[in-house]
Design a protein around this ligand. Structure first.
Ligand code: RP5
Length: 160
């Protein structure tokens, strides 16, 4: 078991960063190492191949892949590695429905665990990664429990 488990966060374009910063910030708040890159399945496929070799070398535990439109990044990544891939659909001209369907509709045999469109998906992808890592890392499990317990304090009991 590695002391500091590595999570990679990749996105199809620099324009995805505004949303994916929420993912990276969430991982950082759990003190999880996160390697963040712009990699496009369409524009920079060689970069993706090289990156996955790096992930293998440095024992990356989870890859979070975000893309919008014809969002093939998570699926192509999952096809090229057995590291678990979480997909985040980014909102697009078709409101992200295109991104959601391109990310979620994987053929049987090559799974991508797909989160919600946009900011909620970005945050939840980080929390999902945290939950997976919590199985083997008691310090991360403790932080996750604190995070959840905080909802009880933070969520108002009345709507007015
Ligand atoms: C996708 O196309 C990216 O993930 C991004 O969401 C979308 C638009 O990219 P840019 O044209 O802004 O670079 O590949």
């Amino acid at each position: 078991m590695s002391k500091n488990p590595k999570v990679a966060v990749i996105m199809g374009s620099k324009s995805d960063w505004e949303i994916m910063k929420n993912c990276s910030d969430t991982l950082k708040s759990f003190k999880i190492d996160c390697d963040t890159r712009v990699i496009s399945a369409h524009r920079t496929p060689k970069r993706l191949e090289n990156f996955l070799k790096e992930c293998k070398r440095n024992n990356t535990k989870i890859i979070i892949a975000a893309a919008g439109g014809a969002a093939h990044l998570a699926g192509v990544t999952a096809a090229l590695t057995t590291i678990p891939v979480l997909g985040v659909p980014i909102e697009s001209v078709l409101k992200g429905i295109d991104s959601l369907l391109s990310t979620v509709q994987m053929p049987a045999g090559v799974p991508v665990a797909t989160l919600a469109i946009g900011k909620a998906g970005a945050i939840n992808s980080a929390l999902f990664a945290v939950a997976i890592l919590a199985n083997e890392h008691p310090d991360i499990a403790r932080r996750l429990k604190n995070y959840r317990d905080n909802f009880e304090k933070k969520v108002p009991k009345k709507p007015f």
